[in-house]
Structures are given as structure tokens and as C-alpha cells.
Design a protein. Structure first.
Length: 295
């Protein structure tokens, strides 16, 4: 249910785009622009005679663009059919419907929200990536939209086979977010990783640090273990170069962080190692005696 919202406060006009996705989601398209001349410290562009002409041009340009968009929105609703979407396809779905990688072009068919929670602030979806050259062999995948992403760190860990296979990871200007597409792995809660997988994960983390990169959020929720006991690290949102990566100013106080982790402070390799050690200790407590994980 897309819509445009107009706000008027005195001589100021704002235009917002909104859509209902289980909850209202909106974004400001035009901030509160003045409809009357205002004093500025910059010189007037030479294509305008005076500030009044500049104001008229910008206002007319804004309203003309809005008029065109309203026409497109009318066409959308007039052409929309209640039964034009298959029952197993998510609707409405993100407008990013395709991507191109070194493996070719893929179409994205969104199936559902990852956690079946439309009210979640996290934009994560289950989808099928359908190869253009082989449409009968879709790849089940996870599509994530995020403000930032450590692509380099993810690629290093994926090459070590200890991170989810990265199908696509690029900044998408039309949504102002990173689009991250990874292969989907069937995982079950409380599945224990094999010792070989833990060893690979430890070596992968060492390689990440050798390249002067950190992950920053190593914990059980971000380590997926499939039915074969293979562990893979996900969510490289905080991953960045050592000396640059920082924890967010709002750090979940309910999680048990290792010593030295503080909101807004730098992320260090020692923090990654400490959090990985805490993960292994937790595994040790819940694993049968005959198959203990070596910490």
C-alpha cells in the first residue's frame, strides 16, 4: 500500500513516501522546504535573477515531480489485480528483483520474511535466486538489507569455508542500503558443530585478523550450524579494519560481552577471540562428555 504524505507547517512543505509492510514504513523525500524566500549566506546561482525566482523554480520543480509520481501511483493501483501474485511469493516485496554477479544474472523471488515477523525492524528475507541461464535450478538464499556491511571480511571467511556463501553484496542507491545475498543453509537449534568445523572457524578468524580486519559480533546467534555439523559465521555488519571498526553507541546490555567491549569504542581482534572463546565454553557445557569441544 504505497502512498505519498504531505506535511505543511506554516510556510514549510515536506513530502514523505510511505508503505505498509505489516507496519508503516516511511522515508522523507523532501524535507521541510520553505515556500517563502529566506536569507542565505551563499551567492545566488547566476541562472536565477533573484531569490524569489530561485524559490519559484525549486517549488515548481518539486510539485511537477510529485505530480508525475502521483500519476505513476494511480497507474499502479488501477493495474493492480488481487490475484496477480502466486500464493507462495511474498507481496509486497522489496523492489530489488535481480542482481548480477560473476556467475551471471539472477532473478529474486521473495518467499517470506526470514523470521516470519513482519513487525521486525530487521529487513531479512528468504528468497530464491533464479539463474537467468538455468531457471530450473533456483538457489535458496537469504536477502538482507542493511546500513553497512563488511564485505571484505565476509569474503575472507567465505573463502575459508566458515561463512555463508556470498552470492551478492553491493550498495543499492535506490534504497540507500547494502543488499547482501547469501546461500541459505538448513540449520537446527542446539546442533553441535564438529571439531573439524571449530578448527576451520578458528583458522578463518586468524586469517581475518592477519588481514587487519575484525568481525565484532561473534556469538551463538551469529554462528549457524547445519545438519552436518559445519559452522558458519554470519552478520558482518560491524566488520571493518582494525582501528576503524567501532561498536554502536547502543550496545545490547542483555548480552554477555567480554572485558573491554564498550559502546562506541574500537573493536579489537582480542574482543573477537574473547567472544569466540566464550562461545566455545558455552558449547563445552552443553556437549556430551564423549564429544567435548577443545577450547
Amino acid at each position: 500500500m504505497p502512498a505519498f504524505l504531505l506535511g505543511i507547517a506554516g510556510p514549510y512543505l515536506s513530502i514523505t513516501g510511505a508503505v505498509f509492510l505489516g507496519r508503516a514504513v516511511s522515508a522523507t523525500l523532501v524535507g521541510y522546504n520553505s515556500l517563502k524566500p529566506v536569507m542565505t549566506s551563499a551567492q545566488i546561482d547566476k541562472k536565477f535573477v533573484n531569490s524569489h525566482d530561485r524559490l519559484v523554480w525549486h517549488t515548481a520543480h518539486t510539485l511537477r515531480a510529485l505530480g508525475k509520481c502521483m500519476g505513476l501511483l494511480d497507474d499502479y493501483y488501477q493495474n493492480k489485480q488481487a490475484d496477480d501474485v502466486p500464493s507462495d511469493v511474498l507481496h509486497p516485496a522489496p523492489h530489488v528483483k535481480e542482481f548480477r554477479s560473476e556467475k551471471g544474472r539472477f532473478q529474486l523471488m521473495y518467499r517470506s520474511h526470514l523470521l516470519d515477523n513482519q513487525l521486525s525492524a530487521r529487513s531479512v528475507f528468504l528468497a530464491d535466486a533464479v539463474p537467468e541461464l538455468d531457471p530450473n535450478s533456483p538457489i535458496k538464499c537469504v536477502v538482507k538489507f542493511t546500513e553497512r556491511y563488511g564485505k571484505e571480511g565476509h569474503e575472507i571467511m567465505a573463502a575459508a569455508e566458515v561463512a555463508a556463501e556470498l552470492l551478492y553484496c553491493e550498495w543499492e542507491a535506490t534504497v540507500g542500503l547494502w543488499v547482501v545475498v547469501t546461500r541459505y543453509y538448513e540449520c537446527k537449534a542446539k546442533t553441535m558443530p564438529t571439531q573439524e568445523s571449530i578448527t576451520r572457524l578458528r583458522k578463518g578468524l586468524e586469517t581475518l585478523h592477519i588481514n587487519r580486519l575484525v568481525h565484532g559480533d561473534i556469538r551463538e546467534a551469529n554462528i549457524l550450524v547445519d545438519s552436518n555439523g559445519d559452522a558458519r559465521l554470519i552478520d558482518f555488519d560491524w566488520s571493518e579494519r582494525v582501528g576503524v571498526a567501532r561498536y554502536p553507541s547502543l550496545l545490547n546490555p542483555d548480552l554477555k560481552w567480554v572485558a573491554g567491549v564498550e559502546a562506541g569504542h574500537l573493536i579489537t581482534p582480542e574482543h573477537d577471540n574473547g567472544m569466540f572463546g566464550s562461545y566455545l565454553e558455552k558449547l563445552e557445557k552443553h556437549k556430551p562428555k564423549e564429544g567435548r569441544v577443545q577450547v
